[in-house]
Design a protein around this ligand. Sequence first.
Ligand code: AMP
Length: 211
Amino acid sequence: MTATLTLALSKGRILQQTLPLLHRAGILPAAKLTSGRKLVFETALPHLRLVVMRGADVPTYVRQGAADMGIVGKDMLLEQGSEGMYEPLDLGIARCRLMTAAPLGWQPDGRRIRVATKFPAVARRFFAERGIHADVIKLYGAMELAPLMQLADMILDIVDTGNTLRANGMQPVDLVAEVSSRLVVNRATMRSRHDVIQELVMALSKALCEA
Ligand code: AMP
């Protein structure tokens, strides 16, 4: 019997945009993915099941081989690293940008910059590469609050329309990275189940072209 492969999906915004893609690729879940408390779903394909989880957890599951494949934002891969995974496909969905941003009129004054972010590794790398001393402050939500409350000078965050920044008197400063969702595959699975994975990558690529 062929072992079942597991595809880990990031819930929320990415999941909403993944569903039509899965549908076009013929990956039909046995139950609705976005309602109820169920986390694991069989599909119409006998050797594929889906699991739904926080995007931040997808790289861990795929790296460890607890899931064979995943769909996850590039922001998470930049933050957590892609060790142990291949990234064969850019799905082009949930597009946004990682940017630094500061209050309108803010000027660096030569002291160390305090940067609030959900992406501390990305922020450390970004400022270190530019020779800027930055004290990185890890937060979990509403980055825009940090400069308003004098906790930080700048933020490094996801920007889509820029409305959230504008609503809080801030403006984007530098582009850190363009972000979209990627298909990732566990390295060992890629070797041991190459044919099945290849078939799935092809089906998803075709579904992307039809979008
Ligand atoms: P906006 O006001 O359109 O610039 O959206 C900013 C906020 O929306 C960000 O702080 C994120 O929390 C969220 N957001 C927008 N696009 C994405 C995305 N593709 N992935 C994850 N979060 C996003």
